[in-house]
Design a protein around this ligand. Structure first.
Ligand SMILES: [Ca+2]
Length: 291
């Protein structure tokens, strides 16, 4: 079993989680995991409940409650500018691009993508956007923590955020992906660096969303499908290089039009259904309806 550096760094945050996540993420190709045989560049997030939302702070994060999420795969990193370009070159993605010249280094996160462009990219790779619940569980693990690393405040040692001037921990831009330690699942930049689109329509609170945001594998209003009367914005998560640390909590939600109008430098990462042919003991995360 390989323990990645972040796993060691997060011992206080959950040794067992770190070890298990490290085992699955670093397992040899084809090795069984609770999500099926390993997938390169992705971590297995095992099935089970987690604590979603918060009872304090902005209303749209309320209430704090338990939600069940089936096993799934999550990209270790934000999708990079170079990876997105491959999709544009293949004419599988619209030519979304950042508005600033110093945002397009190959391993900087893709910035300035619409929700549609993000969804097209994930399809191009045989993946899909994570649901909002999947994203939050992947960022937060199962113990209700406020940040991917635990409850300690956000600093530039833990995430690429605004901490003094210039923003982006002194660079004025996002950094290359993976510049900070991963969380216990092995995922990088779930706090900060670039905002990340998720699949769901935005709702003003989980309480207002009702049953569509509760229970088992919630997909939000209209199950995420279009059109969705009364809903015109999707969700971005995780804060960014531009914002202070209180915006990069695991529960922070931001709404924006899927067309990305007005323009913002949002990014994303992809998820993938578990392949349940090989299941771990006690896993009940079977196949789900595809998007
Ligand atoms: Ca991020």
């Amino acid at each position: 079993m390989r323990l990645f550096p972040g796993g060691i760094a997060s011992l206080s945050g959950g040794l067992l989680l770190s070890m298990l996540a490290g085992a699955w993420e670093g397992a040899p190709a084809g090795e069984p995991t609770p999500c099926g045989p390993t997938v390169a560049g992705m971590a297995c997030i095992p099935a089970g409940e987690f604590i979603r939302g918060a009872d304090r702070g902005p209303r749209d994060q309320r209430p704090r409650e338990r939600v069940f999420v089936s096993a799934f795969w999550m990209d270790l990193y934000e999708v990079t500018a170079a990876e997105f370009q491959e999709c544009v070159q293949a004419r599988a993605c619209r030519p979304d691009h950042p508005n600033y010249k110093n945002f397009s280094a190959p391993r900087q996160p893709m910035s300035g993508v619409s929700w549609f462009g993000a969804a097209e990219y994930c399809r191009f790779r045989g993946k899909r956007l994570p649901t909002e619940a999947e994203w939050e569980k992947a960022a937060r693990t199962t113990d209700g923590r406020r940040y991917p690393w635990g409850n300690e405040p956000a600093t530039c040692e833990r995430a690429v955020i605004k901490e003094g001037e210039p923003n982006g921990c002194g660079r004025g831009t996002p950094w290359e992906v993976g510049s900070r330690p991963p969380n216990p699942y092995g995922l990088f930049d779930m706090a900060g660096n670039q905002w990340e689109w998720v699949a769901d329509w935005y709702s003003e609170s989980y309480a207002a969303c009702g049953e569509a945001c509760r229970g088992r594998d919630p997909r939000g209003p209209c199950g995420g499908k279009s059109p969705c009367p009364g809903h015109h914005e999707r969700v971005v998560r995780g804060g960014s290089w531009y914002w202070e640390g209180d915006q990069c909590t695991t529960t922070t939600r931001r709404a924006h039009t899927p067309q990305n109008r007005p323009f913002h430098h949002f990014g994303f990462r992809c998820a993938k259904d578990a392949t349940p042919a090989v299941r771990g003991p006690g896993q009940d995360g079977g196949p789900r309806e595809n998007d």
